[in-house]
Design a protein. Structure first.
Length: 117
């Protein structure tokens, strides 16, 4: 069971990036999915989360980032617009998944987003 994240890169301030994270393996169900980020010297923080039709965003990204899932509910996306240098961080996807008889948190490997000024 794994989460594979992709889509990070280098972009100028004001630009856009789209992150993707696909879950694979023997998964019996996926509850919530989300994106966290960790900037150098800072703690990991929640960026956005989605559970069914409900979404939740950090105040710092509201109106600029949009989280969504595909129809199969196994891939989560993060559309990031109007990027700012302070958005620079390693972005991690997260999912609460039912594997076997356990519901556990799983993490992707992280993808680096760098926003230049």
């Amino acid at each position: 069971v794994q989460l594979q994240a992709s889509g990070g890169g280098l972009v100028q301030a004001g630009g856009s990036l789209r992150l993707s994270c696909a879950a694979s393996g023997r998964i019996y169900g996926i509850n919530s999915m989300g994106w966290y980020r960790q900037a150098p010297g800072k703690q990991r923080e929640l960026v956005a989360a989605i559970n069914g039709d409900s979404t939740n965003y950090a105040d710092s990204v509201k109106g600029r980032f949009t989280i969504s899932r595909d129809d199969a509910k196994t891939t989560v996306f993060l559309q990031m617009n109007s990027l700012k240098p302070e958005d620079t961080a390693v972005y991690y996807c997260n999912a609460l998944m039912l594997v076997g008889v356990r519901m556990d948190d799983y993490w992707g490997q992280g993808t680096l987003v760098t926003v230049s000024s």
